[in-house]
Write a protein that binds this ligand. Structure first.
Ligand code: IVH
Length: 663
């Protein structure tokens, strides 16, 4: 066989195998066979350079770097689509179309790929030019870069002259691998696959693009040279010519079918190997499309339904610090407000110095945020590729933002604390805890009212709550007779609470709901607990040395003794009433939970404490008695064992949402 014929044969084979692998996702030969043929072709071309053509499969590796991209004017403008955001707007869009046509029509629903719009020109079946959308009229010539995308046919099955439009994208797995590699090399990370795809196609050096594993879907044609009568016909033709056409498109006759498609993909979206950000709806028949025409910016015959964004990029505008009940100083990021999964987010906790360090969060950074467990806003990562150099380290205050006393960081703790017993922030947070549902459960005395009372100077300690003056309360804002009387009645009623509520309400470090119950049950009176020895306390099953220490320390404090006496004098019950209400009704009572792996947003020990506070028994090893395994990143043998035993498994998101439900 002539060398030239062999070259042609090799190209055909490689095209066929490449098509099966990259477009159909159904390889028919092993990779080694493909590599062998490619090597043979490369060698033959090296010996006969005059026969190299730009559409040879060897030309996908990238060409000499460019100085700049050439501008190209699109033969037909690349418009964008209008948006619809909910069911009502979809119905309106369909109604408008059918009113305009004067009859019903057929639609095609497609996935809306989250990548980069591209135009691909073929002349007599050969790929001759690829371009970005640019401003819609003029884009950039990125032919060299697009040639490196293996799913892009360099030669078509027929010698068609056609301009194909589509979306170049980076599959999720390629994106993850790319960012992992960049992290290892300390290179800036990409925020999402779309940015990574855009960044990869914007390279002047196409060998970089070639290394990035991009793919594409064809979703339309420019000027209709295919003689298709409808969008679906055109798509079939593109598929036949060798283009990757997404197979999930559906023909819909009614709004209900359209909505079904949308609902289906709203839930199935995470299982796709590529990102989508919505669904595109198109009127199928070209004559209908023509009749409907265009507005200034977009076609009337198509629209995009956008999913509510789940992960969003925003800027860290500022970081403030708040002091909690235990004196813990917590950094909180303030963002440029953004809508995440349907609601506006402005703040998220940054937990502590370790969290900030690990994620390397800086002031003015662009960050990705999401709602953990679909409720609590959380920072996922910093988009280091967006850094401008003006970002600043987050400085922790040295003094308490509430009382200016010096902050301390205890050995081995990530937290910074204010240890002043007079810190107003701690006092207020402590009182908010005292009145809360799980402690003294004083109705009508929420966070706002406690703050107001404190600011007015009406309360300094929780005992003052039982000395509130009706006449004075009536002079406060938003305090009418009815609400004041209700509030006073609730305060009064709380005097009768069983001991464990009062004990828990005092906010003794490490004494959660469960420990408070166990202590109350064992010693029966506040006096009894105050008098108990360290060993007495430690003897209680479920109470450890740290709790025993903390209880002893608390009651050794003269201030605490004074408060307890004060509360007794005010008529607060200090006896265990034996109603097992708290413990038995604790939301996770009776559940044995094991934690394993690394949690992102909180320490395992903290998660454990919070689960215990909700009544759970938190143990160390998985057995048949385990009810739930909370598995973080890199969970190992415990996870495997739990799976074998068929134990319920929560990921971090689930954990956070369960905590949020009950705390
Ligand atoms: S049709 C007139 N179909 O969404 C524009 N676009 O503004 C016709 N996109 O950036 C576009 N998936 O690149 C169409 N199945 C799909 C699409 C899709 C993603 C992108 C498109 C453009 C934006 C629409």
């Amino acid at each position: 066989m002539e060398v030239k014929d062999r070259i042609e044969e090799l190209r055909r084979l490689l095209e066929q195998y490449g098509y099966e692998y990259y477009v159909l996702d159904r390889p028919t030969v092993p990779d080694s066979e493909y590599d062998r043929l490619l090597r043979e072709l490369t060698e033959l071309e090296a010996e006969n350079p005059e026969w190299i053509t730009p559409d040879s499969p060897t030309q996908r590796v990238g060409a000499a770097p460019l100085d700049a991209f050439n501008k190209v004017t699109h033969d037909l403008p690349m418009l964008s689509l209008g948006n619809v955001f909910d069911e009502e707007e979809i119905r309106e869009w369909v109604e408008r179309i059918e009113r305009s046509l004067g009859r019903s029509t057929t639609y095609v629903a497609e996935l809306k790929f989250d990548g980069l719009a591209i135009s691909l020109k073929y002349e007599e079946g050969r790929f001759v030019r690829g371009a970005t959308r640019g401003d819609g009229t003029v884009g950039e010539d990125i032919t060299q870069n697009l040639r490196t995308i293996k799913a892009l046919p360099l030669r078509l099955r027929d010698a068609e002259t056609v301009e194909v439009r589509g979306e170049a994208y980076m599959p999720k797995r390629s994106f993850e691998a790319l960012n992992e590699e960049r992290e290892a090399n300390e290179e800036p990370l990409f925020a999402n696959p779309r940015n990574a795809a855009a960044g990869s196609l914007r390279q002047l050096d196409s060998s970089i693009t070639a290394s990035r594993n991009l793919s594409l879907f064809a979703y339309g044609v420019g000027i209709n040279t295919l003689a298709a009568r409808s969008h679906s016909e055109a798509m079939k033709e593109l598929s036949r010519l060798g283009f990757p056409v997404n197979q999930e498109m559906r023909t819909c006759e009614t709004v209900e079918e359209i909505l079904d498609f949308i609902h289906h993909w709203t839930t199935e979206r995470p299982n796709l190997p590529y990102e989508i950000d919505g669904v595109v709806l198109k009127v199928d028949r070209y004559d209908d499309q023509e009749e409907l025409g265009f507005t200034a910016k977009s076609p009337r015959f198509a629209t995009a339904y956008k999913f509510p964004a789940e992960e969003v990029m925003t800027t860290v505008e500022d970081v403030d610090f708040s002091v909690g009940r235990t004196g813990k100083v917590t950094p909180r990021a303030r963002f440029s407000p953004v809508v995440v999964a349907g609601s506006t987010v402005t703040y998220a906790t940054l937990h502590n110095a370790d969290f900030i360090k690990e994620k390397d969060i800086r002031l003015h950074d662009k960050v990705i945020i999401k709602k953990a467990g679909d409720v609590i806003p959380a920072v996922v990562s910093v988009v280091t590729s967006e850094r401008s150099g003006t970002e600043a380290e987050i400085e922790f205050p040295e003094r308490c933002p509430a009382c200016s006393s010096e902050l301390v960081r205890l050995e081995g703790e990530a937290d910074i604390r204010c240890v002043s017993p007079e810190c107003p922030a701690q006092l207020v947070e402590g009182m908010i805890h005292f009145v809360s549902r799980t402690a003294m459960n004083i109705d009508g005395l929420g966070e706002k009212v406690v703050r107001q009372l404190y600011d007015k100077g009406a309360i300094h300690t929780v005992a003052d709550l039982y000395r509130l003056d009706r006449e004075e309360l009536l002079t406060y804002e938003r305090m009418g007779e009815t609400s004041v009387d209700k509030l006073l009645a609730a305060v009064d009623a709380s005097k009768g609470n069983s001991l464990e509520r009062l004990l828990f309400g005092l906010g003794i470090r490490l004494v959660g709901q469960k420990a408070a119950y166990l202590l109350a049950e064992r010693f029966e009176t506040m006096e009894g607990i105050a008098q108990a020895t360290y060993d007495d306390i430690l003897a209680i099953e479920g109470v450890g040395s740290k709790i025993a220490d903390s209880v002893k320390q608390y009651f050794d404090h003269p201030e605490a003794q004074h408060l307890v006496a004060d509360l007794a004098g005010l008529g607060l019950n200090q006896r265990f009433l034996g109603q097992k209400v708290d413990h038995a009704n604790a939301p996770l009572a009776g559940k044995t939970i094991v934690l394993t792996g690394t949690l992102e947003s909180l320490k395992r020990s903290e998660a454990g404490k919070r689960l215990q506070a909700l009544g759970a028994d938190v143990t160390g090893s998985v057995s048949k008695k385990t009810d739930i395994l909370v598995a973080g990143e890199k969970a190992g043998s415990k996870l495997t064992k739990a799976e074998t035993l068929g134990i319920e498994i929560w990921d971090e998101t689930r954990l956070l949402s369960e905590l949020a439900k009950y705390e």
